[in-house]
Write a protein that binds this ligand. Sequence first.
Ligand code: TPP
Ligand code: SF4
Length: 281
Amino acid sequence: MYLKSSYEIRDKYLRKDMLPTIFCPGCGIGAVLQYTLRAIDDLGLNQDEVVWVSGIGCSSRVPGYVNFDGLHTTHGRALAFATGIKMANPDLKVIAFMGDGDAAAIGGNHLIHAIRRNLDITVILINNFTYGMTGGQVAPTTPKGLRGTTAPYGSFENPFDIAELAVVAGANYVARWSVFNYLQGINSIKKALQKEGFTLVEFLSPCPISFGRRNKLKTAPELIKWYQKLSVPINKAKEMSPEELEGKVIIGEFIDRDRPSLVKEYEAYKKRAKTAMGWEE
Ligand SMILES: Cc1ncc(C[n+]2csc(CCOP(=O)(O)OP(=O)(O)O)c2C)c(N)n1
Ligand code: SF4
């Protein structure tokens, strides 16, 4: 892989009139945006054939910054819009750029059903364990015991594991990395973009402002150390006991398979219907 400079990536793919971004210093969203653009660049995808979709949140601002067609829609509904785009224009590559609140709270049902149907899209999921844009409420992903504005003494609810959820719901490709796993992250996005069916790459991403400052994770050294301690590579996790894995987040590739995708199934269904109606020659 030839690594282009950040300037080359910026000049080719970002809308200069929309800069600077709203992202706070130390936020992980910009890094994941860069990984996604590098994956697209490495694959040589045509900018006119890729559409970016999002809901509302800091992560969801991304489609506005990139030089691609896109939709910045309503909170939690990115996948409903993505479904319409993909089913109406199956030749387009659709990327949904989502926050963990957007994807797993208000949009949780859309997520489960888009995966169940094996809709041909790629979700890039920014999991910062919080609602960043609205100031740090706990999300369905907030680790137990960590603080948010709505749980100042520590969250007492069990969090979702989005990657595991995506596997059991039927996704074709699922991987999770932290933003510090630069090359693994880019490679996973490349794999995800090349597959049919539902693909999801989750990134554990720092939000020093809304989440970090309530959890003693405000500075870069604190954050790097914490993510290193938090994340366990999937092969190592297989040798660990449930007690040792308590409070850890597994990173790596969770699944890579080829179940028939929604677009293929729908095409086959239309053919069956036409034959049954006597419309097919
Ligand atoms: C229907 C609706 N409900 C609530 C909101 C308020 N709201 C805006 S962004 C957001 C949460 C954002 O969190 P997340 O999706 O995790 O993205 P982040 O900002 O952390 O990137 C909420 C609750 C809204 N805009 N619309
Ligand atoms: S509030 Fe958090 S998620 Fe939003 S831009 Fe700032 S650091 Fe990033």
